[in-house]
Design a protein. Sequence first.
Length: 232
Amino acid sequence: MTTLLLARHGLTPLTGPVLAGWTPGVHLNEAGQAQARALAARLAPLRLDAIISSPLERCRETAGAIADGRATELLTDDRFGECRYGDWTGRPLADLAKDPLWPIVQNHPSAVTFPGGESLSAVQHRAVTAVREWNDRLGPGAVYLVCTHGDLIKALVADAMGLHLDQFQRIAADPASLTVIRYTPMRPFVLRLNDLGGDVTGLSPAEGSDGTDGGENITGSDAAVGGGSGTT
């Protein structure tokens, strides 16, 4: 099994009122910097075999706070970059909510290609492909972090839960939140979703684990019958 920690970047001056997309030069504001430091402190007890970031500044700054003081090198992967919103980039969300495309984005996102930009289906495909490749590269038992954007986190969670992309708007990914997916040979398990303050020490595989869940489950990827003991 391989454990993926998905961190959304901290707050920026545009987070909320404006669709930043790939707008260059969007940095964490003071509150976002504090969020990044707090997330780094939460994750300090946890071994991270890799720290990977979207190439955009707000993610690299958040991931950089997590990487600070660790021997783990901060890497970037363009496939974890924000959706390319095309003509929507940099526009206020209040204005976009009046666009005829808006209800489709909300209710049928799998059908959406942003004007001059990317389809949400393509975003999900590139993100899922990147995760699968990193899982293979890092191997069983690895714990790694990807700092990325809200829509990518929601798309990855939808894939992990076997949900159609049209359901991904039901998933929340707040700034500086932590979402955790554990990939096993049989299926992914969503361990944390939009976690803003929980203890993370239990996310490490059991000591000496070879990626088979320490023998707790028969195959290491079976779902616990009756709800399980609550251990990870």
